[in-house]
Design a protein around this ligand. Structure first.
Ligand SMILES: NC(=O)c1ccc[n+]([C@@H]2O[C@H](COP(=O)([O-])OP(=O)(O)OC[C@H]3O[C@@H](n4cnc5c(N)ncnc54)[C@H](OP(=O)(O)O)[C@@H]3O)[C@@H](O)[C@H]2O)c1
Length: 290
């Protein structure tokens, strides 16, 4: 039995469905207000819990051999300290108490950069605590999700204007969520060969300008590109911080990604042979219905 924490999230649900396809017994941790309809028909056993409630986590871990967590609070009640930090520590402790054989934690490329954004620094902190826990673990460090670009793509298509950060030339190995779910499946299917950190990404390294050019090719028309300098983005983040910490934290990531990029080499493919989705194909699928 694999416990999926974050099971109603974009990546978590893809993992639940991918494991279910292989008939792997799955237990999904959901919160009372989670949108569980996204798991309907997956066959997953639902268990109610919260990263802030250690008892619920220990109950959820009971009888499982492995767990994978994709949970993050940035989109729902952002609380870096109590959910992403203490909550993940609670989860590691519960896994330890219930002697789980394998814990998979979803981090990100860039987590170990010295100037990483706060959310990334917290990922690094949890990685270190997991490594010191005595549990067998795998840390997944994917690059940016292609799905993040969908609102921007739809906006460009609707208005004819592509709004991207300046300069828009830094490359990231954008990856489709289903490819990350496939990676998770492969990692969980193997007994943990050794504790490891796996950095991985999609088949191409693309800048935002590259992405917009690919979009132009897919929809067959040109867009006007509006490039927002990073300094005003940072300023907006600081201004909204007192009442919208999540937006501030996200803008911090946008700035970091445009400055540094999240690039993965493709050496992981020799150990994990995945057919990676190219961005053009992803766009055609997303925009197929208009
Ligand atoms: N987006 C990217 O480009 C990117 C890149 C690298 C790594 N990542 C990492 O990938 C992971 C998955 O991202 P995603 O887009 O799938 O996230 P998401 O859609 O925001 O999903 C987050 C999940 O965490 C759950 N959650 C939040 N607070 C919780 C709590 N207190 N207790 C239990 N569960 C809680 C949510 O439950 P509810 O449904 O109840 O809200 C939801 O199921 C994240 O850890 C993210 O940091 C993302």
């Amino acid at each position: 039995m694999v416990l999926v924490v974050g099971a109603t999230g974009k990546l978590g649900r893809a993992i639940v469905w991918r494991l279910s396809q292989d008939r792997v017994p799955v237990r999904a941790l959901v919160r009372p207000a989670s949108n569980v309809s996204v798991l309907l028909g997956s066959g997953a056993e639902l268990v109610t819990g919260d990263l802030r409630n250690p008892e619920s986590l220990q109950k959820a871990c009971r009888g499982c051999t492995a767990l994978i967590t994709t949970a993050a609070s940035v989109r729902s009640g952002f609380d870096l300290e109590r959910i992403d930090r203490q909550g993940n520590l609670n989860l590691i402790e519960s896994a330890r108490r219930e002697s789980l054989a394998h814990v998979v934690f979803t981090s990100t490329i860039g987590a170990d950069a010295p100037d990483a954004p706060r959310i990334f620094r917290n990922k690094r902190f949890i990685e270190e605590r997991l490594a010191a826990s005595g549990l067998h673990y795998t840390i997944l460090r994917p690059a940016g999700f292609m799905e993040n670009l969908v609102p921007l793509v739809r906006w460009a298509r609707r208005t004819g204007i592509a709004v991207i950060p300046r300069p828009g030339t830094t490359r990231t190995s954008y990856i489709a969520i289903r490819d990350i779910a496939e990676m998770a499946r492969l990692v969980l299917a193997r007994a943990p060969a050794g504790d490891s950190i796996i950095e991985f990404g999609g088949p191409e390294d693309l800048s935002m300008l590259d992405c917009m050019m690919l979009l132009e090719g897919v929809v067959g028309r040109r867009f006007r590109v509006a490039r927002i300098p990073l300094a005003p983005l940072r300023w907006v983040g600081r201004m909204v911080r007192p009442f919208n910490q999540a937006l501030d934290a996200v803008l911090e990531i946008v700035e970091f990604v445009e400055r540094k990029g999240l690039r993965a080499d493709r050496t992981f493919l020799s150990a994990y042979p995945i057919t990676l989705t190219p961005f053009g194909g992803f766009l055609r699928e997303q925009l197929g219905g208009g």
